[in-house]
Design a protein around this ligand. Structure first.
Ligand SMILES: [Zn+2]
Length: 282
């Protein structure tokens, strides 16, 4: 029987949770069972009922299929280098992927830390239970919870590195859970990310807006740009990529039809990895 203290907090009374074999419980006897996929649901009932939150099953499937073909591997490698570099002196780094989705980047980051001889403790949080069903299969060592990045169920000052990829960002919560010597890595799309995909769909495509880098409570420590080109050679991959983008919500049927007729797509991919360190806590 395992009885390990966890950095997860009880969503009811905010006391630290103990990790048992198939559940978590707090000293006040609030108890949360792990699903058969290995994640725990730390959303309270009132939040659960606010219609199905987060990415749906079909979006998760599309993203998993697309990512596993390695199209974004240049980003994986650059991020692995940044995160392992920042944590190279830390023997037992605690990593949090806030908005971890189906765990693709979480997995590759924990592998990179292991490869440099560290013994990482890995947490993943996402609002979509469908995402965590996938993540649970891939990340059997990690602790995964359905929760909001705006109310992270994690103890303050507990995290060495927090990664946040294409997910909602909550600087206040990130600052609270990070240690003073911790690191925050935000990944955002750069100006011409997927430019050629956009030119296929829109008559007048606009480049992505890259917002100013200021983030409350943090100092920018570095910006790493990742740029590459990918070729998608079948309509299935093109469709999967499109459904991962925000454009899929606001594109007319007619434009989507144009995309469906494509048999190949050659496009730029461009990301920025923003590395922040927390400013001193008050
Ligand atoms: Zn409790």
């Amino acid at each position: 029987m395992i009885h390990n203290p966890s950095s997860f907090l009880c969503p009811v009374c905010h006391a630290p949770l103990l990790r048992l074999e198939r559940s978590y419980c707090c000293p006040n006897r609030h108890s949360f069972d792990c699903s058969k996929y290995g994640y725990v649901n730390l959303l309270l009932d009132n939040a659960k009922n606010s219609k199905l939150p987060g990415d749906n099953k079909e979006m998760i499937r599309a993203r998993k299929e697309f990512l596993e073909k390695g199209y974004y591997f240049p980003l994986v490698q650059a991020l692995q280098k940044e995160v392992s570099g920042a944590l190279k002196e830390v023997e037992h780094p605690v990593l949090l992927d806030a908005g971890c989705g189906e765990g693709y980047y979480t997995y590759h980051l924990s592998e990179a830390l292991r490869q440099q001889g560290a013994c990482p403790e890995v947490f993943g949080v996402d609002i979509s239970k469908f995402a965590l069903q996938r993540a649970g299969r891939r990340l059997q060592q990690a602790q995964l919870a359905v929760a909001s990045v705006f109310h992270l169920p994690l103890a303050g000052n507990s995290i060495h590195a927090l990664v946040n990829l294409f997910a909602p960002c909550c600087p206040g919560e990130f600052h609270r859970v990070l240690r003073e010597d911790g690191h925050l890595f935000l990944v955002i799309p750069d100006r011409e990310h997927l430019w050629e995909l956009k030119t296929q769909v829109y008559e007048h495509p606009y480049p992505n807006e890259v917002k100013p880098y200021d983030l409350d409570g943090f100092t920018l420590a570095g910006v790493q740009k990742v740029a590459s080109r990918i070729t998608l050679e079948n309509p299935q991959d093109i469709g999967n990529l499109f459904s991962m983008t925000p454009y899929s919500y606001r594109t007319s049927q007619q434009d989507v039809q144009r995309l469906r007729e494509l048999t190949a797509l050659h496009t730029k991919i461009q990301f920025q990895i923003l590395h922040y360190v927390p400013q001193r806590k008050a």
